[in-house]
Design a protein around this ligand. Structure first.
Ligand code: SF4
Ligand code: SF4
Length: 246
């Protein structure tokens, strides 16, 4: 029996204003590899945020700790099932360590288009959106139609993002190690924000608050230092490749 339309308002009110419901049986095997799907799990729900609202919600909730956005999102999911579907099994592979291709899921949802600076973009939000949670659950909501605002890079001749990158990392292909080296360089303007991302004019009205940008980049910089095993303030050894630079 169908559960009807996905109750998007619960998540939208908490700043998780992008949602996509997939039937697991219709997803490519590569997406599910490593998730160890359980028999009761019939749907995968991708939650994202776009624009400033999520950070406003996190700030208003006064959430402390190292990962306040993740904590807020986990709580939103917990509250959703407790309030609306208390008898349905569910689990959250993300946030977490499960191997999961978020951009591959975003592509299937119509959200993701590749940019010269590695972060996904679209014509409406620019790069100011992100994946926040993936739920595997025993539900039967109506699957979400694809919402695709299109790729703004296809007709962007000026490409100010590429010119703004001080390391020459932005472009095709994206130079991951050059970006990592730049971000770890003492005094780099990229330590706590991507200059290429800031230079893209698309979706500028939805640009994150500075405190959110700094928070997110501080986390990715800490991971980068860990992978490169560079103490704060020292120049990195560029031989090892980081998993991410954001
Ligand atoms: S500046 Fe142009 S090429 Fe760069 S991400 Fe934005 S739309 Fe794409
Ligand atoms: S973080 Fe800096 S080096 Fe990396 S892509 Fe952005 S502008 Fe270029």
């Amino acid at each position: 029996m169908s559960d009807g339309a996905f109750p998007a308002a619960h998540f939208a009110a908490r700043g998780l204003n992008r949602q996509h419901v997939f039937n697991i049986n219709e997803l490519p095997a590569a997406i599910l590899a490593g998730l160890e799907r359980r028999p009761a799990e019939r749907q995968l729900i991708l939650l994202g945020h776009a624009g400033r609202q999520l950070w406003d919600c996190v700030q208003a909730a006064g959430i402390r700790g190292e990962h306040p956005i993740d904590d807020h999102c986990r709580q939103a999911v917990t509250d959703f099932f407790a309030e609306h579907f208390p008898d349905r099994p569910y689990r959250l592979p993300y946030p977490g360590d499960a191997p999961l291709g978020l951009q591959a899921l975003g592509t299937l949802a119509g959200w993701h288009h590749t940019s010269p600076f590695m972060i996904g973009v679209d014509r409406h939000w620019g790069s100011w959106f992100a994946y926040r949670a993936v739920i595997l659950c025993a539900t039967d909501f109506d699957p979400t139609p694809i919402v695709d605002y299109g790729n703004p890079c296809l007709d962007c001749r000026a490409q100010p993002c590429i010119a703004a990158c001080p390391a020459g990392a932005a472009g095709t292909p994206f130079k991951l190690n050059a970006c990592a080296d730049e971000r770890l360089r003492p005094g780099s303007p990229c330590a706590y924000g991507c200059q290429a991302r800031n230079a893209c004019p698309v979706g500028a009205a939805h640009r994150y608050d500075e405190s959110q940008i700094r928070h997110s980049f501080a986390q990715s910089l800490a991971m980068l230092r860990q992978w490169r095993q560079v103490p704060t303030g020292r120049t990195p050894d560029s031989a090892s490749q980081p998993r991410t630079t954001r």
